[in-house]
Design a protein around this ligand. Sequence first.
Ligand SMILES: [Zn+2]
Ligand SMILES: [Zn+2]
Length: 301
Amino acid sequence: MGVHRVRVLLAAGVHGLQRKSGNPPVGGAFSGRRHVPIVPHERSSPHAPPWLTLDTSTSTSEGTVGMTENVSAAPTSLHKTEKVRLAVYHGFARTGRAPSVPELAAHTGLAPDHVRQELHTLHARHDVVLDSQDSDRVVMAHPFASVPLGFSVMGSHTLWWGGCAWDSFALPHLLRNEPDVLVATRCPACDTPHAWVVGREAPPKGDQVAHFLTPMHRAWDDIMHTCANQRLFCSTDCVDSWLQQTGQERGYVMDLTTLWRFAGDWYTGRLDPGHTRRDPSSATAYFAQVGLHGSFWGLPE
Ligand SMILES: [Zn+2]
Ligand SMILES: [Zn+2]
């Protein structure tokens, strides 16, 4: 009951405030209601957010730097699954790699086997992807990845595997401490190297194109294969020659501006407590809003 109630408030807070970058939310619209800090998303501090490690019996603290009132609402109420999800996401954001089970246990205060259980729950929900050979290993927490899928993303102090084209272009939107990042890849058809400085203000320049192979309704059939085949090419000619080389059918091609717009808000809120993934109908609405079309996205041609 309590958990449910707080999750609803969290959702309201997240949707209400997270998109206002630059201005940490204050009482204002939510004054008088118990709400949790939205600020961690904005600051992405190099340290674990306090609510990840606070013990419920001691969570009476208030006035933590950068937090709004009622900081204790989050630590006392965060479900264990959500604590583990946040620890995974913040570990990736901070270090560029996936936290291990012992690290997750240390951050959340849960026993290692309990962490494993929660990771399996998160995997089943598509909040993380576990290695099929070693389920202690998180290989993806979109847009983060711990395995190479064709892209690197370099920040000012941290290096990430970029996941796919979509994920690589999404990272600067999520990593508020990085005004922009260097995204690098090679054209799958001709091996030409490509790199772009990708920020939040405007799409990068370039006439390269993104090609997505797997239609969205089948994306989770094999998510590793799906992400590994969302790549950037020199041109549509390179897309066509790669499809011919590999004997595959054309998926969907978009330009860099569309990819950047598409990546922009898709993962917003993943570093915040209480985040839930989009349901299919709001996902489809988002695809339409950023300019995608056709059955590949579940939309009209
Ligand atoms: Zn090429
Ligand atoms: Zn991806």
